[in-house]
Design a protein around this ligand. Structure first.
Ligand code: BEZ
Ligand code: FE2
Length: 410
């Protein structure tokens, strides 16, 4: 049985509730957040709780959420080729066995710990093979376990689907452990046959599972899906002996209609697709360092109205899973945006908006939400509270303390 956390209270100079910064508040918490009150009202409203003051420079954030990571590729440091998506993909195919073999439980747990140290209390794990399920069960974080389906060749479809279904069922066997949420990921429009795609989307709808897909990550994907042209033409000829894409972008997108899902990357999405995602209430995961390193360009944040989350992607296309590294990169990459406003947006993208992208109740500090917190400390408090998000991104590299379900775990 899960241990019941004692009722306690924390006071920080600021509490960020997922939308705004609140000064001089205390929160009363057990496993869930019970109340948020002005510090001077605490002793009247909750006379018996013990208050811990987190001290000068403290900001208490909801635990951060990294919506998209591939733990199975965590052993990669210098093995894969960066710079160009297609060259990277060839290197993944060439080195896959070795990279997967070397991703031992120890290596994958260390990747989870790197996220935890940066204050990440929940993540979306894209699982190609189910190799990280045990690590995800053991890590303290909440994990949305996205079982991935891939396969564009009809002759292999039945076997690939059967394997996928087995992995989904295995993840459901852990669903009673409240920190694992079984979910589905469809790899991409160029790599999943429409029959498989429809089956996976139907399964997600029927079982109410979070659903995600990579979408329009590279210019190769754009050129291939729009006109069977570009670098993917040679790739599909070589590996799949085909000259025709399995999906059109429009048909692919329409399969998700009526079931808000998480679309990852979207760096090469056109205007019509942007409006379609918006209309259907889909979320977008933005992975700036991965996009940069694979030569996929910049997501035009200023043109996106869909809710956004920020994610590291895997160590297969990044050099760390530290969410503060990702925040700093995003701040610098979108150099045309106002730094103050962008920082505020980015903090929502790793808290409240990330939570809604994976249908999690975490990501906010409000009554009834899980007690998942990341304490960070600024060297000194800025006078203007509008600068709190910016200075958090600039001056913080790791969380000082982390709580999940009211238990301190860092
Ligand atoms: C496939 O399995 O069909 C596939 C995998 C990676 C890229 C493209 C297609
Ligand atoms: Fe990915």
């Amino acid at each position: 049985m899960e241990r019941r956390a004692k009722k306690r209270a924390l006071r920080a100079e600021y509490i960020y509730n997922g939308r705004e910064y609140m000064r001089d508040y205390a929160l009363v918490y057990g496993k869930k957040i019970e109340d948020i009150v002005k510090v001077d009202e605490l002793s009247t409203l909750h006379p018996s709780v013990e208050l811990e003051d987190l001290g000068n420079g403290s900001i208490l954030y909801p635990g951060f959420i990294n919506t998209h990571v591939h733990l199975e590729f965590s052993s990669n440091t210098t093995q894969l080729r960066y710079g160009d998506f297609l060259e990277w993909l060839y290197s993944v195919i060439e080195k896959r066995e070795r990279v997967l073999d070397e991703a031992t439980k120890e290596v994958m747990s260390k990747a989870c710990m790197q996220m935890l140290e940066s204050g990440v209390t929940g993540f979306g794990a894209i699982s190609s093979y189910g190799l990280e399920l045990e690590v995800c069960r053991q890590t303290p974080q909440r994990v949305t376990f996205f079982n991935e389906l891939i396969g564009s060749i009809p002759s292999a479809a039945d076997a690939l689907y059967a394997d996928f279904r087995d992995r989904v069922e295995r993840s459901f066997e852990c669903a009673h452990e409240e920190r694992i949420t079984p979910a589905i990921a469809v790899h991409a429009p160029y790599s999943v046959h429409p029959v498989l795609l429809k089956k996976a989307v139907s399964m997600a709808r029927e079982r109410g599972m979070p659903l995600s897909t990579h979408f329009m990550e590279s210019r190769y994907e754009r050129e291939w899906l729009d006109g069977a042209k570009g670098g993917f033409a040679g790739f599909f000829e070589k590996f799949f002996n085909t000259t025709v894409p399995v999906n059109s972008p429009g048909e692919f997108l329409r399969t998700f209609d009526g079931y808000p899902s998480l679309f990852v990357h979207c760096t090469h999405m056109n205007e019509q697709e942007m409006r379609h995602l918006e209309k259907e209430g889909h979320h977008i995961a933005h992975c700036p360092r991965s996009n940069r390193l694979l030569g996929c360009g910049r997501l035009p944040l200023e043109r996106i109205s869909s809710p956004l989350s920020l994610a590291t992607d895997g160590l297969s296309s990044n050099y760390s899973l530290n969410i503060f590294d990702e925040l700093k990169a995003a701040l610098m990459m979108h150099s045309g945006a106002d730094a103050v406003k962008l920082s505020e947006k980015l903090m929502r993208m790793v808290t409240s908006q990330a939570a809604s992208a994976i249908a999690s109740e975490a990501g906010v500090i409000e009554r009834g939400a899980p007690s998942d917190f990341a304490l960070v400390r600024l060297p000194s408090m800025p006078q203007e509270s509008e600068l709190l998000a910016l200075h958090t991104i600039l001056h913080v590299d790791r969380a000082e303390r982390v709580w999940i379900a009211g238990e301190e775990c860092l």
